[in-house]
Design a protein around this ligand. Sequence first.
Ligand SMILES: [Zn+2]
Length: 575
Amino acid sequence: MLKNLPTTPQEIISWTWPEIEKHYKDLETRPLNASNVAGWLADWSCVGERIEEMRSRLMVATSINTADKGAEARLKAYLDSIFPKVMAAEQKLKEKLLASKLEPKSFIIPLRNMRAEADLFRESNLKLLADQQKLSIEFDKIYGAQTVKWEGEDITLTRLAMTFQQPDRAQREKAWHLKADRQLSDRKAINDLWRKFMAVRAKIAKNADKPSYREYTWAQFLRFDYGPDDCKSFAAAIEKVVVPAATRIYQKRKQALGLDTLRPWDLVDGWFSRPSPAVGIPQLKPFASIEELKSKISATFHHVDPVLGGYFDYMVAEGLTDLDNRKNKAPGAYCSSYTSIRKPFIFVNAVGTHDDVMTTLHESGHAFHVFETAKIPYIHQLTVPMEFAEVASMGMELLASPYLTKANGGFYSEAEAGRARIEHLEGMILFWPFMAVVDSFQQWVYENPKKGADTAACDKKWGELWDRFIPGVDYSGLEDIKETGWHRKLHIHEVPFYYVEYGLAQLGAVQIFGNARSNQASALAAYRKALSLGGTVTLPELFATAKAKFAFDVTTVQKAVDLMEAVVKELEKKK
Ligand SMILES: [Zn+2]
């Protein structure tokens, strides 16, 4: 057992490298055998958990108060002088464990991950990976510098996008063209950058002895349970089943907006082509204060499952939430984890909108994952694959959705809840075809690296895929902006292939929601059981435990879409 470990939050955030290093040195030099490996892992985990918690607490401190100079300095010191040393020390312990050939109980998955990471590691790639990082910074810079003049003012494209929901169609169109023209003016810069990305990625893959960058990414993302062909089956299933359902949604919205054809300026400007809600309906106003948000979310969770409701109440009581938007708070939302005590912290910037309700439900889903893994002994067993981590959160959005009404202690009248739920379900349906475009494009790029580096060929391919998967929106005369859509999807440039995860998680979430509609108690028991496994079993086993299929086929996707469309119909009848 290690002595002198920090325990209180204050001790944890003030931990110094010399103190940390002593523990790593001890672990590194201790002889390792079958009889002491459990204790060795427990000690390693104790150190790792505190380092992880240190990072979380420092990040939380800076994001809840961006003006806290002390917190900022502590985080910077951690990132500059502790984090790289910890990474190197962790690597040595991983190598020591792998070299020992020991197979500790319920350590199969962590060992598998460590082996894959060790196999992929090449000294010669360190510089190339840093170069790739620099290209990402260049990419961010190009997008960050994009502003336009709107009503006499220089504004960012994000702010311009707010005008896209206004009722005056001519104004929407004007704003849309302004944005498109500004983006197209960087066409050459993005194309130049893309060729550099492709060149460095080809080298990285070659150094790692992988046939292409796709195989490299598969290993890097620890995707053991599915391959590129599965992703292609998934895209084919989406084309067959989801595209017609998405087209029905576009049809419906066209009618509601009183339009002959749906043009890009009739869409909510987001990461996928969601049509604007019918004009003239007032925005939902679910809550007026953070206290109200907390108490209504709590009531909703208690209807989903009393234990989960209890978790949320505990978080509120123990100060493990920061939900309101205020000055000197970082933007966005996240769930962090204090690993040594296995407690979550959720961060939201709520201002009173329906999105805030959804975000709080989503981050709470992640938080429940942290609570449920409290009994898992080692930190190494806590790494949950993204494809399932998002099932916990997206699943919670759906599981909570029937209880958002005032009758359940929630936020809305029946009609308001119906409207919010329809938008949510339709948004999920529309996401799948877009995800299929993004994934199919990248499969093609890295399967054909020569053509993939030819930006004109990329434009053509993206245009083809767009027409196949998103036929409901009329881009005629706007081919340039349609075909350069791949320029504007950050993941394609900065985290290649990292996207199908969301589509797969969504499919899991819908299945769990379906189970809850026939038997709430058993569906919730399965969901919680799956969460409690952390990262100790394979992805298909996590899904199976949650009573969902980890699948890519037409039948599974069809079942999900049928369910979603049936619920939408039900809700429309109630309106
Ligand atoms: Zn999430």
